[in-house]
Ligand binder design. Structure first.
Ligand code: G4P
Length: 534
């Protein structure tokens, strides 16, 4: 394990050893495979020896998904924790589908770092770029894994240049690949001057690690075929000359990303990446909140809900709120204050997602993600504290950009539809508006694919076929103001008024002109495109 270069040497050990991160990537780059290998190293799953042939590999993976399904845990949506080499890793998964949802943004508010996985043959792809931009908004530290080096991939300098240019971030090589495709034999670990060789025969084993003392070490000649060695020496010299060295502070600031090369499917480079996450972290960070920031080492427990997931177990219709712990030492059974309702809440059955199973969380520290089953009290953005009134900031809510009307295939099932829609609205999966006049609901989303996802979830989870149809409205604005002015406004604009799932008043329109008119005619009202989550 690398020494821990930290800017917080004073943190208690339990907090200092926690690493909470997400993986960002374009579909197919290898996120699932990498996640599985993390879990394998973390001892959370045992697949060793099973994943050999391609066909078998596929079966194993779908078995794994099936296993998750059987247990009611969705790999694509939850947080998983595992231990490796003295560190506790909390991996928060970002949604897998390609449409961009609010979920992803919120997930990234719960982590301290992100691992960016790119395919060595494809480089920076569109979804990676989008997700990267979100990370940048939050100055999240990013560690990069260039995957599939066992296949023909692009020239290493070209890959690094592309990252530097497209993402405007400095790149420092943490490892350097030797050969590629069929000739790929392994990597040179620049952080520790070690040769890491890949074992093609056993995908779950990291082969030899050989200490090297510089590029002239004769041991290189013993292990690296002559045709690769010369090119490798040249490249490494050039890399050291042209590329910046590792700088932990620049990584923490989000201005430099170290890159590891490897092959997730061959378990190659994964261990080094995990050690990189451990070594460079960062540890749980200070969280922005009003009226004051929260430091992880504060003795009192605080946390916020960044995700709500309904129907994780279709048999039980439970709802789990995912809470990022921000400070203190949480113990099961603790009474916390639910700040929004100002009510105490006994947290008696929190769950920790230890990948292999859903376990009761006996305790949790800053940085951990716990799931709290509840009946709808906990909403995205809610804070839990030991009494203090706090609001964690930076959890975004998005203006719905696309509005559609939704109807149940069977008109007799309108009540069921309402229930399903309210559930999704609470999850933050969509904005749901009930017009003051007429029947039906209007659903607002950020990306078009969300309509499809919603339709299939409503059918799957509620057995209710639904139809989405174009709505006469294209914009929604939340309206607030003094009661008298609100009443006057609502009476005059009935055909444009709707209520969201909290009963808040929303003005629906298709013209910017309408919005400008309301602003002019009702100076005491405030119109906003988003709703504060608290
Ligand atoms: P994703 O979650 O990012 O979408 O990617 P996933 O891990 O599902 O991987 C996408 C495909 O890339 C899979 O192939 C997977 O096996 C393959 N893959 C992942 N890592 C590596 C690697 O290091 N080298 C090579 N050569 N391939 C890799 P698939 O054909 O979709 O499935 P399967 O038949 O391999 O199971």
């Amino acid at each position: 394990m690398l020494d821990r270069p930290t800017n917080r040497p004073d943190l208690p050990e339990e907090i200092a050893r926690r690493r909470t991160f997400a993986i960002i990537s374009h579909p197919d780059a290898g996120k699932t495979t990498l996640t599985e290998k993390f879990l394998l190293y973390g001892g959370a799953i045992q697949m060793a020896g099973q994943v050999r042939a391609k066909g078998e590999a596929r079966r194993t993976r779908s078995d794994f998904m099936q296993m998750e399904k059987d247990r009611g845990i969705s790999v694509s949506a939850s947080a998983m924790s595992f231990d490796y080499s003295g560190y506790r890793y909390n991996l928060v998964d970002t949604p897998g589908h390609s449409d961009f949802s609010e979920d992803t943004y919120r997930t990234l508010t719960a982590v301290d770092a992100a691992v960016m996985v790119i395919d060595g043959a494809k480089g920076v792809e569109s979804q990676t770029q989008k997700l990267f931009e979100v990370c940048r908004l939050r100055d999240l530290p990013i560690l990069t894994f260039c995957n599939k080096m066992d296949r023909e991939s692009r020239d290493v300098f070209e890959i690094i240049d592309e990252i530097q240019e497209n993402l405007a971030i400095d790149v420092t090589p943490a490892s350097w690949p030797i050969g590629m495709g069929r000739e790929f034999i392994g990597c040179y670990d620049l952080l520790r001057d070690r040769l890491e060789l890949m074992d093609r025969a056993d995908r779950n084993k990291v082969a030899a690690s050989i200490e090297i003392s510089g590029l002239d070490d004769p041991k290189l000649e013993q292990h690296v075929p002559a045709n690769l060695l010369e090119k490798f020496r040249e490249e490494l010299e050039m890399a050291r000359e042209l590329l910046p060295p590792m700088d932990p502070q620049a990584l923490r600031d989000g201005t430099l990303t170290p890159i590891w090369f490897g092959s997730a499917i061959n378990s190659f480079g994964v261990k080094e990446l995990m050690e990189g996450i451990a070594g460079f972290g960062p540890e749980p960070q200070i969280q922005n909140a009003e009226p004051r920031k929260i430091a992880p080492e504060e003795p009192k427990v605080t946390g916020f809900v960044f995700k709500v997931q309904a129907n994780m177990d279709p048999k039980h219709r439970d709802r789990v709120a995912f809470v990022r712990m921000c400070s203190g030492h949480f113990k099961r059974g603790m009474k916390l204050t639910h700040v929004r309702s100002k009510k105490p809440m006994a947290v008696s059955n929190p769950v920790l997602f230890l990948a292999s199973d859903r376990e009761l969380a006996e305790e949790a520290w800053a940085g951990d993600i716990i799931g709290i089953p509840n009946h709808g009290q906990l909403r995205i953005g809610d804070a839990l504290t030991e009494g203090e009134t706090l609001r964690f900031t930076g959890i975004p809510s998005f203006a719905p950009e696309l509005l559609q009307t939704v109807r149940a295939g069977d008109p007799m099932k309108a009540k069921h539809l309402e229930k399903a829609l309210m559930q999704f609205a609470e999850e933050g999966a969509a904005k749901v508006f009930k017009p003051a006049i007429g029947s039906g609901f209007i659903v607002g989303v950020v990306g078009a694919l969300q309509f499809e996802v919603l339709a299939s979830r409503i059918e799957l989870e509620y057995g209710l076929p639904v139809r989405f149809e174009p709505s006469q409205f294209t914009s929604a604005r939340w309206v607030t103001g003094p009661d008298k002015e609100m009443d006057r406004f609502i009476n005059v604009n009935k055909g444009h008024i709707a209520h969201d799932n909290d009963g808040a008043v929303v003005f629906l329109t298709r013209l910017q002109w309408d919005i400008d008119r309301v602003v002019r005619d009702y100076p005491e009202l405030t119109l906003s495109a988003t709703k504060e989550l608290m």
